[in-house]
Design a protein around this ligand. Structure first.
Ligand code: P6P
Length: 336
């Protein structure tokens, strides 16, 4: 069946989610309300990001977040914006943010809490000073009321995500989401105030010999990654690195290639957080036909133990992830 996009129809995120909901008889609409809240937060953050320098909110907040990283004002503003949008949704049990040490229980399962929402409110926020792209990454899990404790409830493997996606604040504002049936791309029309569907069923291209990693840490990478880099240099690869995970992975979703954040001496377990950065982006890339690996295993199969747990990651086009694995793990044929 031709999609609405192919027919040139105007389809908003709101109507697209309702169409998806209608495909699931008995759906309560609770999930649609959560996506609607994330969409509202994305529009509000997009507006604030574009006015950040004019409103003088680029500077440091003067405090560190739970990661020990200097919080910039926009991190805090984005975090508060998302919490204010999600707080009114009656089906949310737990919210968890990169910026907050502990998850927050909004309501129990018996009080209607059906979903848990995890997010990195403003990934790559240090790029803002240079007018670079930043983004909000989100992950939606079911609330398992049988599990005691908020942190234990959200520590679920990435393959259990009900939905995941991100909002990228760049030259335009892109909203990318998957509910497990492929990846859809929306763009914000600021004059209509709506995210409009521009592509359904995105597929990640293969064959793009481009890698994305911070080569400054090469000496502290495990030998396998150093072997991969030498191999790639000999194969004529090019390199692209924005320094914002959400932006680097979006480029790879659209054009192909591979992103790597290996273990380093500073981050022996990798730098990216499993629950609200690696898992949602891995979900999107795998739904688009790509692959995501962490320490030789599928990222989405890892069993998280802590909210802010970090992980190494190799994510991107399947052929490019396999090329990395062949060098890093020295396997001729890598089949998970
Ligand atoms: P490095 C941003 O701070 C971030 O968490 C990711 O968005 C990004 O991929 C990574 O860190 C960049 O880290 O060590 O290259 O500056």
């Amino acid at each position: 069946m031709r999609s609405n996009v192919d027919t040139g129809n105007l389809v908003s995120l709101q109507s697209h989610i309702l169409q998806e909901e209608a495909r699931h008889p008995g759906a309560s609409g609770d999930f649609s309300w959560i996506v609607s809240a994330i969409s509202l937060a994305g529009k509000a953050i997009a507006h604030k990001v574009r006015r950040a320098r004019l409103e003088g909110v680029l500077g440091d907040w003067g405090e560190q977040n739970v990661q020990g990283e200097e919080q910039i004002r926009m991190d805090v503003i984005a975090n508060e914006t998302i919490l204010r949008c999600l707080g009114s949704r009656a089906s949310i049990a737990v919210v968890a943010s990169e910026e907050d040490e502990e998850p927050t229980i909004l309501r129990t399962g018996k009080d209607g809490g059906k979903y848990c929402v995890l997010f990195d409110p403003l990934d790559g926020s240090s790029n803002l000073d240079a007018c670079g792209p930043v983004g909000t990454i989100f992950s939606i899990l079911r609330n398992d009321a049988s599990i005691e404790g908020a942190e234990a409830t959200i520590c679920q493997p990435g393959m259990k995500q009900v939905a995941a996606g991100y909002i990228l604040y760049g030259p335009s504002t892109a909203f990318v989401i998957s509910t497990g049936n492929g990846v859809d791309l929306f763009e914000l029309d600021p004059f209509m105030g709506s995210f409009l569907l521009v592509k359904q069923g995105l597929r990640i291209p293969s064959g793009n010999r481009t890698y994305s990693l911070n080569e400054a840490y090469t000496e502290s990478f495990p030998k396998g990654y150093q072997r991969y880099l030498s191999w790639a240099h000999g194969q004529g690869y090019s390199s692209r690195y924005i320094g914002a995970f959400v932006a680097d992975v979006h480029r790879i979703l659209m054009s192909g290639g591979v992103f790597l954040y290996p273990p380093t001496s500073k981050h022996p377990d990798g730098k990216l957080r499993l629950l609200y950065e690696a898992n949602p982006m891995a979900f999107i890339i795998e739904q688009a036909g790509g692959k995501a690996m962490s320490s030789g295993l599928p990222t989405l199969g890892l069993h998280p133990q802590r909210l802010h747990q970090r992980t190494p990651i190799i994510v991107g086009s399947a052929d490019q992830v396999e090329a990395v694995a062949a060098q890093v793990h020295q396997v001729a044929e890598w089949h998970p």
